[in-house]
Design a binder for this molecule. Structure first.
Ligand SMILES: NC(=O)c1ccc[n+]([C@@H]2O[C@H](COP(=O)([O-])OP(=O)(O)OC[C@H]3O[C@@H](n4cnc5c(N)ncnc54)[C@H](OP(=O)(O)O)[C@@H]3O)[C@@H](O)[C@H]2O)c1
Length: 288
């Protein structure tokens, strides 16, 4: 039985991914930000099949101490259920903001959740992923293609442009995929970026201003049901594709932006290590 961690597992794409993985026989550890939404999501899944192996853990992934606490909880669950083996991590939690807002560390919300949270969680669970020759999936977006990294002001503190900040966070996901693959493919770890397409969810209606809220209400109506992109995640986790290109959508393998290159990937990786106060080093114990 494969064990998979999914962030942003209480609604939209993440919830549908949990349902698809459970249906295919995986054990799932879902992460959500509110106790109420976690309990409701667990109940909905167990109504489908009371035998599903689903555990929900709750915390605010924007805050780095919370990521560290959740990682510790995940490791304990893994020790009890799978001997510490993690087969896949789906870094999917995401948000949209209309204004410049910061976390406890002083990091901009979209950058902190859409990029740094997944980066830090991957670091914390790397030994478990190595044990499982694991996969790391990031929910990116086709919108990463119309963006460059704003190196001079990566959190857009000087001039906040919500859509640019969002697109940049999705480019960060693809750069992290490239950096992880170049560093850890020798350990049988493989990272992927997923473009779910336009999906009918409420991401643009949570903690956003009137303009973004209205824009997203109109736009998301044209999106597909979250169960459609959920199949991509379940297929990748169950079939482990080894193709060179790590970027997938509903129609299969996709072309990435030219901004996804070694220079940008290495630069973002080093900066993210500093911002998370970590170093990606592989412990000898993980290799034995
Ligand atoms: N919808 C699209 O068309 C689309 C297209 C491309 C990419 N994406 C990406 O898909 C991912 C999922 O988004 P979605 O569209 O499915 O929206 P969604 O339904 O709002 O899902 C977002 C998930 O993240 C959780 N979350 C939000 N803030 C959090 C925090 N601070 N700590 C922990 N969890 C938090 C949410 O919890 P709650 O349920 O409690 O709010 C929810 O489970 C995002 O990365 C998004 O960028 C979406």
């Amino acid at each position: 039985m494969k064990t998979v961690v999914v962030t942003g597992a209480t609604s939209g794409i993440g919830f549908a991914v949990c349902a698809a993985l459970l249906k295919s026989g995986c054990r799932v550890i879902g992460l959500g930000q509110s106790e109420k939404n976690c309990a409701a999501a667990a109940e909905k899944l167990l109504v489908i099949n009371p035998a599903y192996d689903i555990t929900y853990l709750c915390g605010d992934l924007m805050q780095q101490p919370e990521v560290l606490r959740l990682a510790q909880e995940i490791r304990s669950v893994l020790e009890r259920s799978s001997g510490g083996v993690l087969d896949a991590l789906v870094n999917n939690a995401g948000c949209v903001r209309s204004w410049y807002m910061t976390t406890g560390e002083g990091y901009e919300h979209q950058f902190a959740l859409n990029h740094l949270a997944g980066f830090l969680l991957t670091h914390e669970l790397l030994p478990n992923l190595i044990k499982g020759s694991g996969q790391i999936l990031f929910t990116s977006s086709g919108s990463h293609k119309m963006m460059k990294i704003n190196w001079q002001d990566i959190m857009f503190q000087r001039r906040y442009r919500p859509l640019f900040v969002y697109k940049q966070s999705k480019l960060c996901n693809m750069l992290t995929v490239q950096a992880l693959n170049s560093r850890f493919s020798g350990l049988n770890i493989r990272a992927y970026g997923i473009d779910p397409g336009l999906v009918r969810t409420e991401i643009g209606n949570k903690n956003t201003g009137k303009l973004v809220d209205l824009f997203w209400r109109r736009r998301s109506k044209h999106g597909v049901d979250p169960t459609i992109p959920a199949k991509i995640y379940a297929d990748i986790i169950n079939s482990k594709p080894q193709a060179e290109n790590p970027y997938y959508g509903i129609s299969g393998s996709l072309k990435q932006s030219r901004e996804v290159n070694k220079q940008n990937a290495d630069r973002l990786f080093s900066l993210s290590e500093v911002l998370c106060k970590i170093r990606f080093e592989v412990d000898e114990k993980c290799l034995s």
